[in-house]
Ligand binder design. Structure first.
Ligand code: UDX
Length: 463
């Protein structure tokens, strides 16, 4: 239990407010642990604020003494998530939790020194501003996506809004500062007609950072997106601190949890770099007919696999063959860093992507929506450490986008081939990115220095 032992020591009390979703809570918790590891004495206290439901999921996870939880009421019906009602979910987060959060901030002891909030919790900056508490926005997606949102007006001015992916997906966008060139099909789907219901909130999130926050923290690594960061730093008056990868790498030095022994034993018994790890994300998935082709393609490729699938795991087990394991959940970063893993088939969530880079793995990309399109483009075209499985939905009718089982089996074989010239070069680039990423978090690396600078700023009350 954390206690403020000495009243003479001034305690920097950080309130961390993640967005209620796994891909947002994980990087926030990791940032809390990183900050805590830098100040293991009692000069830093972190209160992480989550809904009661999320507290049930993560409240008993091990954490350092100077991190504690506080909860907000369960005002966001889980059914919305299960029903894939994304706009409904976003609306509930936006309208139900601001007042309870503000009352909590008023009650907390010692008084709050800084709020670190996910910018998608759009009211957090308002609360900080009203209470005269500095707010650091933790951007949980690539900096490039922040820049797309920030320069949204340019899309309009160039006649590219709303995005018309099927008719104009091949057109090039080359006017976003710091971003090089990208095709319309690789922009975040939120700019297309389907995403418009949530676009206003994303734009509000980003403009809230620019206009009202005191710091911009990013889960990315400076060297991975240097041009974008340079552009943002030149443009913004507030400090921009890339502190990533904000992934659970500190946990890796601890012994593996015992409840996953079967999985660990299985991984230990596989040949080096032989297993394809597959995780297609939790929110939206591919069509049933595409899923059937994926399952058959993986089975026919002949490669070993470890497949994380919630919900329909038992059905998948029956149809995918016996060269692998299907599990409902795993300690993903630990798995990716295991010697037996040779590849990662990913939906291109940003955290998963950072974890792939950290583990030095190339990626088979399967982007579905939101920021996953530009992330896939970053992986395949910019970093050149992967292949894309699904076709871009440009021009052709829906059924022509279906990737067949034969194509998938062939792609998996090409991707898992460690001996081909192409495979060796791709893996070499993945290792180079891995070194960059490890260098950034090592003592004196870019992310490490940014964390120090941020801690010093908030400890001294600078903003
Ligand atoms: C969401 C959006 O989908 C994504 O586009 C955005 O970039 C972040 O928010 P999510 O779909 O949850 O993210 O994916 P991702 O960002 O990859 O985060 C998933 C997290 O869950 C990762 O940290 C991953 O390691 C973890 N995970 C997943 C596990 O630990 N075990 C699993 O079995 C599956």
């Amino acid at each position: 239990m954390y206690t403020v032992k000495d009243n003479h020591i001034s305690v920097c009390h950080v309130v961390a407010l993640p967005y209620p979703g796994r891909g947002h809570i994980n990087p926030m918790l990791n940032l809390c642990k990183l900050l805590s590891s830098k100040k293991p004495d009692n000069t830093l206290l972190i209160t992480t604020v989550v809904t009661e439901e999320w507290h049930g999921f993560i409240g008993s996870d091990p954490k350092p003494d100077n991190i504690r939880f506080a909860t907000l009421p369960n005002a966001i019906p889980s059914e919305l998530v299960r029903a894939n009602d994304f706009p409904g979910f976003v609306e509930a987060v936006n309208t139900k939790l601001e007042a309870p959060f503000e009352q909590l901030v008023d009650r907390l002891e010692p008084p709050v020194s800084a709020i670190v909030a996910d910018p998608y919790v759009v009211w957090a900056v308002r609360v900080g501003n009203r209470r005269n508490i500095p707010v650091a926005a933790l951007w949980p997606m690539p900096a490039s996506v922040f820049s797309f949102f920030h320069h949204f007006e340019l899309l309009k001015q160039n006649g590219h809004f709303p995005l018309d992916v099927s008719e104009r997906g091949d057109e090039i966008v080359d006017y976003i500062p710091g971003l090089g060139t990208t095709s319309i099909a690789d922009l975040p789907t939120i700019f297309s007609a389907d995403g418009l219901k949530t676009l206003d909130r994303a734009i509000e999130a980003v403009s809230g950072v620019a206009d009202k926050a005191q710091y911009l923290l990013s889960t990315s690594v400076y060297e991975l997106e240097a041009q974008v960061f340079d552009t943002l730093k030149a443009k913004f008056a507030l400090p921009v601190y890339p502190i990533g990868p904000s992934i659970p790498h500190l946990e890796l030095s601890k012994s593996p949890p015992t409840d996953h022994n079967d999985l660990n034993n299985w991984l230990d018994s596989q040949p080096k770099h032989s297993v394809l790890y597959i995780s297609l994300g939790s929110f939206l998935s591919v069509s049933k007919s595409q899923m059937d082709e994926i399952v058959a393609g993986v089975r026919n490729s002949g490669f070993r696999f470890l497949w994380v699938a919630r919900g329909d795991a038992s059905k998948l087990k029956d149809s995918v063959g016996d060269k692998g394991l299907v599990v409902p959940w795993c300690d993903q970063l630990r798995v990716l860093c295991h010697d037996s893993i040779g590849g990662f088939w990913s939906h291109c969530g940003w955290n998963s992507t950072l974890e792939a880079v950290y583990a030095g793995l190339p990626v088979l990309t399967c982007p579905i929506f939101w920021d996953q399109m530009p992330i896939s483009k970053q992986i395949v075209e910019d970093w050149k450490i992967g292949y894309r499985v699904l076709k871009k939905k440009v021009g052709a009718a829906e059924h022509e986008h279906l990737v067949s089982r034969e194509e998938i089996a062939e792609l998996v074989q090409r991707y898992m081939d460690l001996e081909s010239k192409e495979g060796k070069e791709m893996r070499k680039r993945a290792k180079q990115l891995q070194e960059t990423c490890h260098g950034a978090i090592a003592k004196g690396g870019s992310s490490d220095k940014n964390l120090d600078a941020f801690l010093e700023d908030i400890s001294r009350g600078h903003h």
